[in-house]
Design a protein around this ligand. Sequence first.
Ligand code: ATP
Length: 138
Amino acid sequence: TERTLILVKPDGVERGMSGQILARIEAKGYTLVAVELRTASAELLAQHYEEHVGKPFYESLVEFMVSGPVLAVVAEGDRVIEGFRSLAGATDPTVAAPGTIRGDLGRQWPTKVIQNLVHGSDSPDSAAREIGIWFPSL
Ligand code: ATP
């Protein structure tokens, strides 16, 4: 079994979608290990998104991510990292498949950032790193 770090981003919390996103995670059979609503600091986001530092969308991404509370979640289950990324769908909600969180619920706003509702760790190494950042006591 493995664990992953999931974030419901500020657009998801603001639009009232935290509950249905958690429901989809549970419906797929994963266990919620930790769930916490919090407004992240720019410092925490800089750690979380360190691989994107220097990219053209980096500043607007961090600005968006600190604009309101996010729901930070640790979920556990067999191949949950891959399974949640599949559930989330493609990065761009416009092309994310129907049936996925981003495909069903995401919007492509005319902003510099893709407001795509959720984040999920993309590998076991990222999951361990990100869980350490968001939930150091786990
Ligand atoms: P996440 O890591 O959040 O699950 P992802 O792996 O699908 O998403 P990444 O390429 O890691 O996407 O990018 C992280 C986030 O940065 C995206 O989810 C999106 O919000 C934003 N982003 C990525 N690419 C762009 C882009 N070209 N323009 C604007 N924002 C972007």
